[in-house]
Every structure is written in structure tokens, then in C-alpha cells.
Design a protein around this ligand. Sequence first.
Ligand code: FAD
Length: 398
Amino acid sequence: MSEEQVVIIGAGPAGLMAAQQMAESGLKVHVYEQNKAAARKFLVAGNGGFNLTHSEEIESFLKKYDAEEIQNIVRSFDNSKVIEWLGDLGITTYVGSSGKIFPTKNFKPIQVLKVWLDQLQKLGVIFHYDHVFLNFNEAEVFLKNNGTEINVKYSKLILAMGGGSWKKTGSDAKWVDTLKAKNIEVKPLEAANSGYNTEAKFHVLQGQYLKNIKVSFEDNEKTGEIVFTKYGLEGSPIYYLNRFTRKHEFPLTLHIDLKPNVSDAEIVKFLEGPDKISSVLKKKLKLSTTALNLLKTLDKETYTNIEILSEIIKKFPIEVLSFRPLDEVISTAGGVAFSELNTHLELHKFPNVFCAGEMLDWEAPTGGYLLQGCFSTGFWVGKAIANSQTISNPEPQN
Ligand SMILES: Cc1cc2nc3c(=O)[nH]c(=O)nc-3n(C[C@H](O)[C@H](O)[C@H](O)COP(=O)(O)OP(=O)(O)OC[C@H]3O[C@@H](n4cnc5c(N)ncnc54)[C@H](O)[C@@H]3O)c2cc1C
């Protein structure tokens, strides 16, 4: 084993994946984390269904990422590699009905993490919890531990401090100001995978789901399931559209197709028949109770006008006012600009300092694409360092 040492800040999925690659190559890896335990956001992600990646075919998989740089990196350590890596850890997976990849039921999120951390410890990775990153220069990183400031020398430094949502998990994005002060461009952190606040308040529909519907914004559309909340809408088609609506000013209008598999003409034909409108909607079109309740929010004139009603069933308009507050959303778009980094994700202004994970300027929908992006960038940086021949050999001072 070589004695070369690297410092990682942040024990989330990106930092841990980088640690594994380097430790497997014999490098001495120190991970510094401000919490008392690793990967809290990773565990939070596990609460709502632990989709670690997605089974989609690689070309359409890559299209889920907005930045070309991240697409190339995901290609190099793709969904099949993540499944293989999990398999090597002894974690079995299965493909859920929507194509998402989950660990099998016998592996709860906490167990997946434990298996991974055990493996890292066996590889010699050293964890320093309760260490808050403050700053760095060309040779040292400055941290705070129990109120005391310490400095640690590094040969290579990986910053993997996550995005800016769910601050209580540790991802508080305080690094943004530190990097900006060094003249490193950081694109503003914005809500991603966020619900929408809507003009109409759907109090009567709160908690109700619309399934198998299609939501569209301009030319972009996504089929799936949405839920009405006290402020508006949540759900994977909503999160998917975030990226496209972000380019426009609020307020804007989304459309819901309540019957994606039935044409406008067919709907008109049904409605023009002898049956009462309510009976057609329920029995012929087989609209769900939630869809029927949504249509009941229309005024009487609209509801009873066959032409307008059929149009509305295919294109129910929803006025959107804003994203949800940043801290509440699943992930953040924006982050360290790719123009600040070379192909190894190493800062031009600070050679030997790398960035990985959600703190980079990319976004993707939920469904395993976020964790995949973090695993892939961690892998990419870890491998780049492991393959590098230029690591010097300082001892961390802590
Ligand atoms: C509710 C929720 C559900 C989600 N569901 C999914 C899902 O189903 N599928 C999916 O793919 N993704 C999901 N995600 C997103 C996914 O969890 C994140 O994208 C991923 O955890 C980001 O990994 P990361 O390693 O980049 O950063 P993080 O996981 O955020 O880890 C960063 C680490 O750095 C530490 N840190 C930050 N600042 C400092 C500092 N100054 N000093 C020391 N340490 C610091 C933090 O404490 C943290 O431990 C979900 C997220 C949330 C919040």
C-alpha cells in the first residue's frame, strides 16, 4: 500500500464513492464530515423509496441530465456499473414497476449505508466526523472541530459538500460563499425536483392523486402521477418539467391531459351521445374520482359546454406561481460552473482540488438519476486521482 493521502470533505454518496475508488488503489483517504454520521441525505432519500439508479437504456438515460459534461461522466460509470458495484457490496437489487432500481426488501437504506461504510473502513478509509469545512488554500484545508480550528495538509482535496436543500441533513451550501470569494464561478442554487405553488388552491383535492395523466409545458411533457397539496402540485411529471419552466418567468401555465390514451375526437363523440355528461365522464371515459373532482372545480358554463369540456379534459390549465422554498425541495440546480473545472473535475484555479456530486452545476429528475450523478462524479474524480502519478505524500496533521 502506498502512503499517499487525500482529503475528502463531505461523507455523502459522491464523497464516499470517490473514497472507495482511491482506497481500492491503495491511497490513504481521510473523509471529513460536519455531521456526527455519514450520508444523512442519502438516508432521507431512502425514506420515500430508495431508488439508487434507473434501469433505462443508456442513451435515453443520459438525456435526463441537463449538462453534457455530466452526461459523459455518467456514461463512464453508468446504471449497469452501479448495479454491479452494489452487487460487489453484496447488495441485491430489483427493477421496480417504473424502471427504478431498488435494493431488495432485505436491505433497508440504513443497511445499505452500513455495508458500504464497513467496506470503506476495511479499505482503510478514515472518517473524521464533527469537522466543519471552513476554507482551503493550495496546500491546506481549514476545519473546525469542537470549536477549535485546525488545518490539514492535503495532496489532493475533493469537495463533495452537496447542494443547498434539506439543510438539516448537513447540506447547507455554506461552501458557496467560500468558493465565490476565491473567484470561482458558482451558478445560483435553485430549486429542482420541486413542487409548484399554483394560483388555484386545490383545498378540496388535497392529498388526492391523479394517475396515468400527462403534464405538459410547451413542447415538454411527462406521463405519470401527481398529487394535489395545500399549495399546489407535487409528483414526478412536475419535477421533470422544473428544468424547462426554470427558463421562463412565473406565472406560467401547465396543462394536464386527464385521458392521454383517448383522442379529442373520441371524447367529443362520447360527450355528444345521449348520456348525461357526468355519466359519460365516469362510465365511458372512466375518469378517476380525483379527475372528476378536478372537473367539478370548473364553472357550470364550461362544464356543460361539450366542446370546451372535451378540450379541457385533454388540456386542463394550471397556473403556476413559483417553485417551493429551496430548503424543502429534493435537490438544487446550479453549483460550481463546469467552466471552472478541467475534465477531471479539478479546479483550474486550484490544481489538486476537485469537486463532485450535487455541488456541481447539473440537474436531473428524481427516480435514481440524482444519486447516479453523484455516484458517477465521485467515481470519476476518485479514479482520476487514483490514476494520477503526481500525488505527493504529506501526513494530515490531524
Ligand atoms: C427528500 C429527498 C429525497 C430524495 N430522493 C432521491 C431519490 O429517490 N433518488 C435519487 O437519485 N436522489 C434522491 N435524492 C437526492 C440525493 O439524496 C442527493 O442528490 C445526494 O444525496 C447528493 O449527494 P452528494 O454526495 O452530492 O451530497 P450530500 O448527500 O448532500 O452530502 C454532502 C455531505 O457534505 C457534508 N457537508 C456539507 N457542508 C460541509 C462542511 N462545511 N463541512 C463538512 N461537511 C460538510 C454534509 O453534511 C453532507 O453529509 C433525494 C433527496 C432528498 C432531500
